[in-house]
Design a protein around this ligand. Structure first.
Ligand SMILES: [Zn+2]
Length: 301
């Protein structure tokens, strides 16, 4: 072997090691901790223009993060807690989402907005939409706040506002302009999504007292049980008015709060609702196509 040729071998080895080091630094900076996350970021498929409406209740443990997609458009309702923000963002990216038309924050509690920064750093966000309260302003618009530093376009919204998401319509039902509550949970945005005659209701963490203000709303195909299945929510009066076919509950496995409460599950059984839970089934997906609603569990799509 010539001396010149033998020099190439350590040179190549050095170059390969440098490339590996650069890749590891890039992955670390991007918060990519697994091969799945890397391939999701690399190969995430584009959003389908013909997919219809899809709701993903992402398994974020004790918290809530919902992704809605409709014919090439996407929105989120909450971003989950900070401790699984990377997984939430990877899930959204892997669904082909590169831009959110709307990012609704139901209320400024950490189990709903802890993943905000990671989502912001992963996809483009047209607007952050949330109810007005001092805690929201401290997070999003006060000088020096996160939203101010990042240049987030924030709108404080109340009942009566409507948004379109592809061919779906999202209507804000609560809170009313100027509403204040002792419990921030009761200020949660309540959103009604409608597509091809199918109606889905998202209730954040509101209590039964606020739920009663929504009545009469009539038949709802899919309900997100408020406050992770807490006994102070999902009241009998609401269920009798809406008689939901399907109820999604977002809660952590063996959580400290006993969510979902046994009495809530009893009330849901009494109206023949089919219950799906992230603590038991992981990420839940509901799909509406040609006016038909179906639920997919146990796999990430
Ligand atoms: Zn919550």
């Amino acid at each position: 072997m010539s001396q010149k040729r033998s020099l190439w071998i350590p040179l190549f080895a050095l170059l390969a090691a440098a490339c590996l080091l650069c890749f590891c630094l890039f992955a670390r900076q991007q918060g990519i901790g697994s091969w799945e996350a890397f391939s999701a970021r690399l190969w995430g498929r584009g959003l389908s223009e013909q997919e219809g409406l899809r709701l993903h209740m992402i398994d974020v443990g004790q918290g809530q993060a919902l992704l809605l997609t409709c014919n090439g458009h996407a929105a989120m309702i909450d971003t989950g807690p900070a401790d699984c923000a990377g997984r939430t963002a990877d899930y959204v990216w892997a669904r082909g989402v590169r831009r959110l038309d709307c990012l609704f924050l139901t209320h400024p509690h950490s189990d709903h907005c802890g993943g905000l920064e990671e989502i912001w750093d992963t996809v483009a966000v047209d607007a952050v939409l949330t109810p007005d309260c001092p805690e929201s302003r401290a997070l999003l618009t006060e000088p020096g706040s996160w939203g101010d530093r990042k240049g987030a376009k924030t709108e404080y919204i109340a009942a009566g506002r409507q948004f379109s998401l592809g061919d779906a319509r999202i209507t804000v039902l609560h809170p009313r302009e100027g509403d204040t509550f002792d419990d921030l949970n009761d200020l949660s945005l309540v959103l009604l999504a409608e597509y091809e005659g199918v109606r889905m209701l998202f209730t954040g963490d509101i209590s039964g007292d606020v739920e009663k203000r929504l009545i009469p709303l009539g038949y709802i195909h899919l309900l997100q049980a408020a406050h992770h299945g807490s006994n102070s929510s999902t009241c009998e009066a609401l269920l009798e008015d809406m008689t939901p076919d399907i109820v999604f509950i977002s809660c952590g496995k063996d959580n400290d709060y006993g969510h979902p409460h046994q009495k809530v599950l009893q009330r849901l059984r009494a109206v023949d609702a089919v219950v799906y839970r992230t603590d038991l089934q992981g990420t839940l997906t509901a799909a509406v196509q040609e006016g038909k609603l179906s639920v997919i569990t146990g796999r990430d799509d």
